[in-house]
Design a protein around this ligand. Structure first.
Ligand code: MIG
Length: 815
């Protein structure tokens, strides 16, 4: 809660006698207004400017602006002075052309689009949002209000909505708690939270966006405010949901549903999605604090290749640097980085390095010198440099909210890119400072020319750091897609980076927390996310590590990582039996890669979240609300990771429809729970009936040349189901010029036949010529198979009728 203002604190001012001997009576203070919360009053008028309507009560003003058919933005200006319309999260609030209408009735004004109406009550200034049928989806409980902030200027700003009796709440980033946030109060203030615990708040990221779900209908609220913000989901008062901030503007977007999926898509339409990652970024990554010296890195690389455990990337944590100075190498541990990275690359490994924001104060260090000369470092209120201790010792910190600083920072990666570094991991960018946690509030920031103290810039600091990193790499990468990871984030960071959930712990509870956090991040717009597989601190036993690898296969970002003071932690560190299981699951990740890549395309292109909680799949079913462990990856693959030791079976709810149990290909009926066996080498894993799942052969690392044909696993269903397969170069931006293929396969089955129709869009050419199709679950005996009207032979392979056909087939009939 904001520090409350004590109304009685205004002390009577004493008469003073100045040295001159003249008696002064101070200015009369009797009518100095007390600082109290102020609420909007009765509306006295409005003005229209295009798609924006500004209503006033004679003193304060509220802007209601149509952003798109489904999105309306609301802003409050306590003294009718709106702040600059600038946002790091929403680069362009004017991008959508929309139809809208305005109406005045006796008691109300209304601003409507084709799908949503914002009704504003004249008498009390309450806002509500209604759908086309006039049903109220979301409404104010109390008029918007504010309280002056005499210490910093501006206002604490508040919005209080009605929380409906049954309403559930989702989103808000990485909160390590139940999926449904009802009954919780939380804070957004990026924090370095080593070994966080269940329910701890805040953590590393600030995503002030939530989804309300009431009686099967969903909507979203995005409170675009970078100051310390708070959300109360019917915690303090059962019938109210509030959000407020310590500064900035009360500005939020109402995002219409009614489908949760659409709410997330629309949130992405204003804040952006993650670009298509390089394919190798979706493979398995091995990390540790730290692998050094060089010989250790080779040992790890050989460890993977000699055991045939696939891996695409090895990470170098802070010890690769010279005294933790960013953009330098410890020449003792890594005498020839270029040679090492080349040798790793020859074995199919990409090298990813860590970069922190703290720059060592050292006049013999070129990065410090450049930053100092060009005034790129943050300064305190009284112009002292912002100094604090982090790994390198005394440090100064670039102001990443300054576009010139970002440009400079982006260029610093040249040396790393030149020696072959393929990806960059941004850590400590909350920003974290030893001892005091983060920067003090008086630190000043450029804020892209809009200026602000750290109160305003804190939550975007990490976002702007990784943005500088991404933009720099994009320029230096010769057309290859960058790969970045960040720990801190604000809404919109998904445009520049993936995220990991920070310093978790090697416990079963944390494995379960990871299952919750990744689902939550995904519905909060940060779909490209992962946990430290195995747990960062502490020691997992082999069982926990293997269960975590299994969850990792269905984590959008799959990386094992561990703290420096722990025992060795590679997939082979827990004995031969578990090594074999870990291998099997990492191989599974590589087999699923073309499917995973297609799901990333759906995210990048259309804004679909990658992980989808069961409630999102079936939001009308109230009994789904407490379910937290089943989720789908894309729309065809569903899992429920094992998160308990010694577990031999698990109850899994499957959404309505039919699902193939992946390991046995037995078909199960959805809309109910099933008890699924969970031996160490299986987790509950299901494929939606009717799906066509593309599959790669097991590769030791991503290398498209190895694909001689694309395997399609065709799962029979007696309904019509669409599947999409996306393909492109895998690492360039040519897809932005339509150099890709989007293939749509429509499957349709009945009692004694199955039809597949393929349509292909785009200009890419695959390296392979054929598909190999496995028909799984056919309920009839095959009489003949026609491919584009010609009869083809089939044979049994892996127990399924199998055909090999031209990749450009249009129509297949199995009957
Ligand atoms: O103060 O770089 O979350 O992943 O290994 C600890 C060392 C700094 C924190 C990161 C962790 C990383 C570690 N870092």
């Amino acid at each position: 809660m904001a520090e409350t203002i004590n109304k009685d604190a205004i002390e009577p001012i004493q008469e003073e006698t100045l040295e001159s001997g003249i008696q002064h009576v101070n200015n009369p203070v009797l009518d100095l207004p007390q600082i109290v919360k102020k609420y909007l009053q009765k509306i006295t008028g409005y003005v229209q400017k295009g798609n924006s309507y500004v209503f006033t009560d004679g003193s304060a003003a509220v802007e209601v602006k149509v952003v798109s058919d489904e999105i309306i933005r609301v802003r409050l200006a306590p003294h009718s002075q709106f702040l600059d319309d600038f946002s790091y999260a929403v680069p362009n609030p004017d991008q959508h052309v929309a139809l809208y209408a305005f109406q005045e009735e006796e008691d109300t004004y209304s601003v409507s689009t084709n799908t949503v109406t914002c009704v504003i009550n004249k008498e009390d200034f309450l806002l509500s949002f209604q759908d086309r049928e006039g049903r109220v989806i979301n409404r104010d409980h109390t008029p918007m209000h504010w309280e002056e902030n005499p210490d910093f200027g501006g206002y604490y700003v508040y919005c209080t909505k009605v929380a409906e009796e049954q309403e559930a709440f989702y989103g808000v980033g990485d909160k390590p708690t139940h999926l449904n946030l009802r009954g919780k109060r939380m804070t957004n203030w990026n924090s370095d939270t080593y070994s966080f615990s269940f329910d701890q708040d805040p953590l590393y990221r600030s995503i002030p966006f939530y989804i309300g779900l009431n009686k099967g209908e969903a909507y979203g609220i995005f409170f675009d405010n970078t100051f310390k913000t708070y959300f109360d989901f019917a915690a303090e008062k059962q019938d109210q949901t509030s959000f407020w901030s310590e500064g900035g503007e009360l500005q939020y977007y109402y995002i219409h549903g009614p489908h949760m999926m659409d709410v997330v898509k629309r949130y992405h339409s204003i804040t952006g999605t993650h670009y298509l990652p390089p394919l190798w970024a979706l493979g398995f990554h091995q990390c540790r604090w730290s692998y050094y010296p060089e010989s250790k890195v080779y040992e790890i690389a050989n460890g993977f290749r000699s055991r045939n455990i696939p891996c695409d990337a090895i990470y170098l944590d802070i010890d690769y640097m010279d005294g933790y100075r960013c953009f330098t190498w410890n020449k003792h541990y890594f005498p020839n980085p270029k040679k090492m990275i080349k040798a790793l690359s020859d074995q199919g490994f990409k090298t990813v390095v860590i970069i922190d924001p703290g720059i060592k104060v050292d006049d013999n260090y070129w990065v410090f010198k450049e930053g100092k000369e060009n005034k790129y470092f943050c300064r305190r209120g009284d112009d002292y440099f912002m100094e604090g201790h982090v790994w390198p010792g005394r440090c100064q910190f670039p102001d990443f909210t300054n576009p010139e600083t970002r440009e400079w920072w982006g260029g610093l990666f040249k040396g790393l890119v030149d020696v072959g570094v393929a990806g960059v991991w941004n850590d400590m960018n909350e920003p974290a400072v030893f001892g005091r946690g983060t920067f003090p509030n008086d630190v000043r920031h450029n804020y892209d020319g809009y200026r602000g103290s750290h109160r305003k810039a804190h939550n975007v600091y990490g976002m702007q750091m990784v943005r500088a990193t991404y933009e720099g790499l994009k320029k230096l990468n010769h057309g290859k897609r960058p790969f970045t990871i960040t720990r801190a984030a604000y809404a919109g960071t998904q445009r520049y980076s993936s995220v990991w959930t920070g310093d978790n712990v090697a416990t079963w509870e944390h494995l379960r927390l990871g299952v919750l956090q990744l689902q939550r991040l995904s519905v909060s717009g940060m779909s490209f996310c992962g946990t430290d597989i195995g747990g960062f601190s502490g020691e997992p036993d082999g069982e926990l590590f293997t269960r975590w690898i299994q969850f990792g296969v269905f984590s959008p970002f799959m990386r094992a990582h561990s703290a420096g003071d722990t025992r060795e932690r590679e997939p082979w560190s827990f004995g031969a039996d578990l090594e074999a299981i870990n291998r099997k699951f990492i191989e599974l990740r590589y087999q699923f890669l073309p499917y995973i890549y297609s799901v990333f395309w759906e995210h990048a292109q259309y804004g679909f979240p990658i992980l989808r909680p069961i409630t999102m799949l079936e939001q009308a079913v109230d009994t789904n609300i407490p379910r937290e462990e089943e989720f789908s990856f894309g729309d065809k693959v569903l899992t429920s990771p094992v998160v308990n030791p010694g577990q031999v079976s698990k109850k899994v709810y499957l959404p309505v429809g039919y699902w193939y149990h992946y390991w046995s290909n037995i078909v199960l009926k959805g809309g109910e729970e099933h008890e699924i066996a969970t031996p160490m080498d299986e987790i509950p894993l299901f494929i939606k009936a009717g799906a066509v799942i593309p599959e790669y052969p097991v590769m030791q690392y991503v290398d498209l040349r190895q694909v001689e044909f694309l395997k399609l696993r065709v799962y029979y269903a007696d309904v019509e189901v669409n599947s999409f397969i996306y393909e492109d170069h895998g690492d360039t931006f040519a897809y932005e010029q339509e150099i890709y293929l989007e293939k749509k396969i429509v499957l349709k089955g009945d009692k004694n036949s199955l039809t597949l129709n393929q349509t292909i869009d785009g200009l890419f050419t695959e390296r392979y010529e054929t598909y190999k199709l496995n028909f799984i679950g056919l309920p009839f005996k095959i009489n003949r198979i026609l491919v584009d009207n010609r009869i083809v032979e089939w044979k049994e392979e892996e127990g399924f009728p199998t055909i090999q056909v031209d990749k450009d087939f249009r129509n297949i009939i199995v009957e």
